[in-house]
Design a protein around this ligand. Structure first.
Ligand SMILES: [Zn+2]
Length: 461
């Protein structure tokens, strides 16, 4: 099943934005397109192709989009948009889905399923399935629909369109509609959840940065290398153990009946066991090394991995072996709550997304000037190891791009894309090439003038 996801327009397409220019339509469209792709990839035999430029570097002409879809031999073409009524704020609102004027049966079926799922999920006004003579519907050889997910010219809907939650909601509903119509099946790998067994996918530095950002106890931060060393020995993903330890010990602050001196990082009970509220029912270990080893041995037991050497886990019962191969499956087993596993995967998601800050810019580093379309701006960048880094806010604001503060990563997101950031004296910097790509700019380096020259693309719709 080949599905084209087409995010309408480009970031610099004239007019396609909220009246206050706080959001460009492409930013909504392209982020939703990515979420749809991620959602569809969980299904068997699905291939996804984007006909827009995901990096926002251009507004791909409509003919190019439909030619690409036709040449690929797509089965379905789904174009994502946000609506507008005029150029000023007004009351027009709701969601609508378009098919071509010949009303192809397959497209109508898909449009109705997607429109229905969107309305059920978002609760917005149902403007229905409509027909229109639009290029992407007319020139595509496959089933094609175009979805308008709400009005940028409606204050309430503009706020929704800007929110990550609404974008995810729209994407999930669109995926649901597609899945329904084509009878797609979840692939085995996606059903299996988050594996406990495996190599580390996170570095010790990342884990410690994550713990630091979450205001963990210093002892918890210091513990990361122990998890990574023993996890590596046992073949258990250390970040799974570390995330679980974060949950079990309240990030090392030990608010429960188990105190710090137990060296018990996962709430493990004694062989005899007992009540959750009884400290004596919980295992005590000689030191953190032994406590972490017991924790990871116990996880290995659940995951069905045989542990070689001395078993320090006091509850290494054969009856448990292999009963939870995924983090999700720990719910209802390691702990009574079914949601237990999901609480750990949530922490894990944060851990995986954490970026280690690059070393701060120091005094010896050379300053560089910045020009946008030939005009020098007052803010300056730096040259570090031959790479120029530019102040994200100053450059983005000069171009009217959408800046978003992401509390989980404590970083700025530009046009929905995370950047490799360095923070210096409270100012966030990103590599010039990366920032230019996100903003859809051409970048050139003028060695003589020590200037980064940025220019907006000339492509217009
Ligand atoms: Zn549009």
């Amino acid at each position: 099943m080949k599905i084209v996801i087409d995010a309408g327009h480009g970031p610099y397409t004239a007019g396609k934005r909220t009246p206050d220019d706080s959001m460009r339509e492409f930013h909504f469209n392209s982020v939703v397109a990515r979420y749809i792709r991620d959602g569809l990839m969980q299904y068997e035999g699905v291939e996804v192709l984007f006909t827009h430029a995901d990096d926002g570097s251009s507004d791909v002409p409509l003919k190019e989009r439909t030619d690409k879809a036709n040449a690929w031999g797509a089965d379905a073409f789904v174009s994502i948009h946000a609506n507008a009524f005029g150029a000023n704020w007004n009351d027009a609102n709701g969601i609508e889905t378009f098919v071509y004027t010949s009303l192809p049966a397959a497209a109508l079926k898909l449009a109705k399923a997607v429109q229905g799922a969107l309305i059920r999920s978002t609760g917005r006004r149902d403007r229905g399935v409509k027909a229109d003579n639009l290029h992407v519907l007319r020139e595509t050889k496959m089933t094609a629909i175009l979805i308008e997910c709400g009005f940028m010219t409606n204050r309430e809907e503009a706020t929704l369109l800007k929110s990550d939650e609404y974008r995810r909601q729209c994407a999930a509903a669109i995926v649901q509609g597609i899945v329904e119509v084509y009878g797609l099946k979840k692939s085995e790998s996606s059903k299996s959840g988050t594996p406990i067994v495996g190599q580390a996918q996170v570095t010790v530095q990342q884990a410690q940065e994550w713990a630091r950002q979450k205001k963990a106890a210093q002892s918890f931060i210091d513990l990361a290398p122990v998890y990574w060393r023993i996890g590596g020995e046992l073949g258990i993903r250390p970040e799974v153990g570390y995330a679980q330890a974060a949950k079990e010990t309240g990030l090392g602050w030990f608010p429960g009946v188990v105190s710090r001196d137990f060296h018990n990082w996962c709430g493990l009970k004694t062989t005899k066991g007992g009540s959750n509220t009884d400290p004596l029912a919980h295992a005590r270990f000689l030191n953190d090394e032994e406590g972490v080893r017991a924790h990871l041995q116990h996880l290995a037991l659940y995951a069905g991995v045989e542990v070689k050497g001395v078993i320090v886990d006091p509850r290494h019962f054969p009856s448990v072996r292999g009963t939870a191969k995924t983090v999700e499956a720990l719910g209802g087993k390691w702990a009574p709550a079914v949601e237990y596993g999901n609480a750990i995967t949530d922490l894990l998601a944060g851990l995986l997304a954490t970026k280690v800050p690059t070393p701060p810019v120091n005094e010896s580093v050379e300053k560089v000037s910045i020009e946008i379309n030939g005009v020098r701006i007052s803010a300056q960048g730096y040259l570090r190891n031959g790479v120029s880094v530019l102040p994200i806010r100053a450059v983005s604001e000069a171009l009217g791009a959408t800046l978003e503060w992401v509390p989980e990563t404590k970083q700025v997101r530009v046009n929905g894309i995370d950047l490799t950031e360095t923070i210096e004296s409270g100012v966030s910097y990103a590599p010039a090439r990366e920032l230019a790509a996100v903003l859809g700019l051409q970048v050139a380096w003028n060695q003589a003038a020590k200037t980064v020259e940025l220019s907006t693309c000339s492509i217009r719709w």
